[in-house]
Design a protein around this ligand. Structure first.
Ligand code: FAD
Ligand code: NAI
Length: 477
C-alpha cells in the first residue's frame, strides 16, 4: 500500500488554465488536488500564475493608474476641471497594483476551499507511474507524494531572453521587472513591439518616460488587421511612442545605471541607443522546468511545448496539458477554456474550445480588440468578403466621452453575409468585442447585428453601424 495521497485528478500549475480546470473538475464531483509553486513576497502561496502575479492583472492595474494620470494632466481641462500641482507617486501606484494582485491570489485560495480543491504549495514533478496512476512529488515547504490516474499540466510560460542579455530585472527587464519599476525612467527602451511592449511602453510613456520601441519585423502588429494596425501605429506615434520597425538587434551592454543597445535600423544603418531601463518583450517560451517529463516519457515538440491533440491529450494516457505550455495563443481566457473542456472530457462530457472565436485585446489607449479573420488573411485564402467600417468620430457616446479615435470594422462573407471577423480600435474595445464573439459563435450575419436594437447613446452603436456599413447603409455617417 503506497503512502501517497490519492486523488482522481491532480492539476500542476494554478494559473488561469490550472486553477479553472481544478475548480471545474471539483464541480464535476472529482477529488482534486492543485499544485502551484509561485511564492509571494512573504514566502507564501500566490496562485493565479503569470496572469495574476506578473501578467494580465498587474499590467491592467498599472494601465489604469497611468491612464488616470494622463487624463488628469491632459483631458480634464477640456471638461473645465483644473488640476494644479499634479504629481505621480509611483510607489503608491505599485503598492496598489500589489494589493490588486493579492486580492486575486486570495480569491483563488478562497475558491479552492469553496470547491474542496486540495491546494499544495510547491513544485510538482512526475516521479513515475504504476497501478494507482501517476506519482507526483511535491517539493516545497512540505514534501508530499500524490497519485492520480488523471493529471492536467498547466505550467505556463516564461519570458524569452535575448542571447547575451539575461534578465537582471534591474536594468534588463522581463514582464516581471517591467511591472515593478519604482521610479519613472527618463529613457525607456523596449525590444519587441508586441502586446507587452505596447502595453508597458504606454504605461511608462504616460508617466513621462521617453519610450523607444525597437521591433524586428518590418511591419507593425503583423497579426492585427492591417487597417487597424496602421491606425494604431499612427495614434501611438502621435502619443509619443518612438516605434522603429525592421531593427536587427546587436550587442546589448550594461553600464552601472544604463543599458546600451546596438542595432541596425531598417535602412541598414548602425545605431546605438542608451536607456535607463530596457524591457525585452519578444515572446514567451513554454515552461516545463522541473516537471520530470523524462520520468514518464511526456513528449515535447522541438520548441519545448507539450505535444497535445485538439482535445489537449498528451502522448500519455490520462495526462492532459492546457494553456501557455501547449500550442495556440498565449492568452488567459484560452487557457481557461481549455481547462474547463479537459475537466469535462475527463468526466465523459464533450468539452469544446472554439479556436476561431477566441478574442484578442491589446489594452493600449485606444484599445485594440478583434475576433476571427483579418482582411489580409481573407485575401490570402481567396475567400470573397465584404467589409464595413464605422468611425468612433461619428458616435455620439464617443464624442461625449471625448474619445473619438478609431473605428469598428466588420468582415462578412460576400455571399452568405456570415461574419468572418470583427476588428475594433477605440474606447472600450475590450468590452465591445464580446458582442462580435457571441455573434460569431451563433454564426450570425452582419445583417443580424445591423437589425438588433442597440442602446443610445452607446459605443456599441458603432458596432451596429459597422454592420450596416457592410451593406453600405450606415445611418450616422
Ligand atoms: P501561467 O499563468 O503561467 O501559470 C502557470 C503556473 O504554474 C504558475 O503559477 C507557475 O508557478 C506554476 N508552475 C509551473 N511549473 C510548476 C510545477 N512544476 N509545479 C508547480 N507549479 C508549477 N493574457 C490575456 O488573456 N489577457 C491579458 O491582458 C494578458 N496580459 C498579459 C500581460 C503580461 C505582462 C504577460 C506576461 C502575459 C499576459 N497575458 C494576458 C498572458 C497570460 O498571462 C497567459 O496566457 C496565462 O497566464 C497562461 O495561463 P497558464 O495557466 O497556461 O499559465
Ligand atoms: P508578442 O509575440 O506579442 O510580441 C513580440 C514582438 O517581438 C513581436 O512583434 C516580434 O516580431 C518581436 N521580436 C521577436 N524577436 C525579436 C528580436 N530579436 N528583436 C526585435 N523584435 C523581436 O510577445 P510579448 O509582447 O512578449 O507577449 C507575449 C505573449 O503574452 C503575447 O503573445 C500574448 O499572448 C501574451 N500577452 C497578452 C496580452 C493581452 O492579451 N492583452 C498582454 C501581454 C501579453
Amino acid at each position: 500500500m503506497s503512502n501517497a495521497q490519492q486523488f482522481d485528478v491532480v492539476v500542476i500549475g494554478a494559473g488561469p488554465g490550472g486553477y479553472i480546470a481544478a475548480i471545474r473538475a471539483a464541480q464535476l464531483g472529482f477529488k482534486v488536488a492543485c499544485i502551484d509553486e509561485w511564492v509571494n513576497a512573504k514566502g507564501g502561496p500566490a496562485p493565479g500564475g503569470t496572469c495574476t502575479n506578473v501578467g494580465c492583472i498587474p499590467s491592467k492595474a498599472l494601465l489604469q493608474s497611468s491612464e488616470h494620470y494622463e487624463h488628469a494632466g491632459h483631458a480634464f481641462a477640456e471638461h473645465g476641471i483644473t488640476v494644479s500641482d499634479l504629481k505621480m507617486d509611483v510607489g503608491q501606484m505599485i503598492k496598489r497594483k500589489d494589493t490588486v494582485v493579492k486580492q486575486n491570489n486570495d480569491g483563488i485560495l478562497f475558491l479552492f476551499k469553496k470547491n474542496k480543491v486540495s491546494f499544495f504549495h510547491g513544485r510538482g514533478s512526475f516521479t513515475g507511474s504504476g497501478a494507482n496512476g501517476y506519482t507526483i512529488a511535491v517539493t516545497g515547504a512540505k514534501e508530499e507524494t500524490l497519485e492520480a490516474k488523471q493529471v492536467i499540466i498547466a505550467t505556463g510560460s516564461n519570458a524569452r531572453q535575448l542571447p547575451g542579455a539575461e534578465f537582471d530585472e534591474k536594468l534588463i527587464l522581463s514582464n516581471t521587472g517591467a511591472l515593478a519599476i519604482d521610479a519613472v525612467p527618463a529613457k525607456l527602451g523596449v525590444i519587441g513591439a508586441g502586446v507587452i511592449g505596447l502595453e508597458m511602453g504606454s504605461v511608462w510613456r504616460r508617466l513621462g518616460a521617453q519610450v523607444t520601441v525597437l521591433e524586428g519585423l518590418p511591419v507593425f502588429l503583423g497579426a492585427v488587421d492591417e487597417q487597424i494596425a496602421k491606425e494604431a501605429q499612427k495614434l501611438f506615434t502621435k502619443q509619443g511612442l518612438a516605434i522603429h520597425l525592421g531593427c536587427k538587434i546587436g550587442a546589448i551592454s550594461k553600464g552601472k545605471n544604463d543599458v546600451t543597445v546596438e542595432y541596425t535600423d531598417a535602412k541598414g544603418e548602425a545605431q546605438k541607443a542608451v536607456f535607463d531601463k530596457l524591457i525585452v518583450s519578444i515572446g514567451r517560451t513554454p515552461n516545463t522546468n522541473g516537471l520530470g517529463v523524462d520520468k514518464v516519457g511526456l513528449k515535447l515538440d522541438e520548441r519545448g511545448f507539450i505535444v497535445v491533440d485538439d482535445d489537449c491529450k498528451t502522448n500519455l494516457p490520462g495526462v492532459w496539458a492546457v494553456g501557455d505550455v501547449v500550442r495556440g495563443p498565449m492568452l488567459a481566457h484560452k487557457a481557461e477554456e481549455e481547462g474547463v473542456a479537459v475537466a469535462e472530457r475527463i468526466a465523459g462530457q464533450h468539452g469544446h474550445t472554439n479556436f476561431n472565436t477566441i478574442p484578442w485585446v491589446i489594452y493600449t489607449s485606444p484599445e485594440i480588440a478583434w475576433v476571427g479573420q483579418t482582411e489580409q488573411q481573407l485575401k490570402a485564402s481567396g475567400r470573397a468578403y465584404k467589409a464595413g467600417t464605422f468611425p468612433f468620430l461619428a458616435n455620439g457616446r464617443a464624442r461625449a466621452l471625448g474619445d473619438t479615435n478609431g473605428m469598428v470594422k466588420f468582415l462578412a462573407d460576400a455571399t452568405t453575409d456570415e461574419i468572418l471577423g470583427v476588428h475594433i480600435i477605440g474606447p472600450m474595445a475590450s468590452e465591445l468585442i464580446s458582442e462580435a464573439v457571441v455573434a460569431m459563435e451563433f454564426k450570425a450575419s452582419s445583417e443580424d447585428i445591423a437589425r438588433i436594437c442597440h442602446a443610445h447613446p452607446s459605443l456599441s452603436e458603432a458596432t451596429k453601424e459597422a454592420a450596416l456599413a457592410v451593406d453600405k447603409r450606415t445611418l450616422n455617417f
